[in-house]
Design a protein around this ligand. Structure first.
Ligand SMILES: [Zn+2]
Length: 122
């Protein structure tokens, strides 16, 4: 039942952020992006070796998920994942991120293993 608790608070937190802290979340997302480094494939990567984490209002988020949800006005359900269309998990460029189901994310992986990334589509 652990997942269920997580699902509940995630929806609650994002509903609260969009209702009461929207501008602050946007500014935080934009400053994370501004602090990143742009690669020659257009990815904006953080200076961390793993996925960057962000603390906001007492909770911790993956930076790319935080940025996507803050800038796109999205309240993600537990079933929804933020996908990296560039397959670079350190990338926080909102243009490279998309929301989808866990099944979509798996299909992305299979497509990536078979075909690689076509950056013309990003
Ligand atoms: Zn990218």
């Amino acid at each position: 039942m652990e997942d269920f608790v997580y699902l509940d608070t995630s929806l609650e937190r994002w509903t609260d952020i969009h209702a009461h802290h929207k501008e602050e979340a946007r500014q935080r997302a934009l400053s994370l992006i501004a602090a990143g480094t742009t690669t020659d494939t257009g990815c904006i990567v953080t200076n961390t070796t793993a996925v960057r984490k962000v603390r906001f209002k007492g909770a911790q988020y993956q930076a790319y998920r935080f940025i996507y949800c803050a800038l796109k006005d999205v309240i993600p359900s537990f079933e929804e994942v933020i996908r990296h269309r560039c397959h670079n998990r350190r990338c926080i460029n909102p243009a490279h991120l998309d929301i989808g189901s866990r099944a979509d994310n798996k299909r992305d992986d299979w497509d990536y293993w078979a075909n690689g990334v076509d950056f013309d589509y990003l």
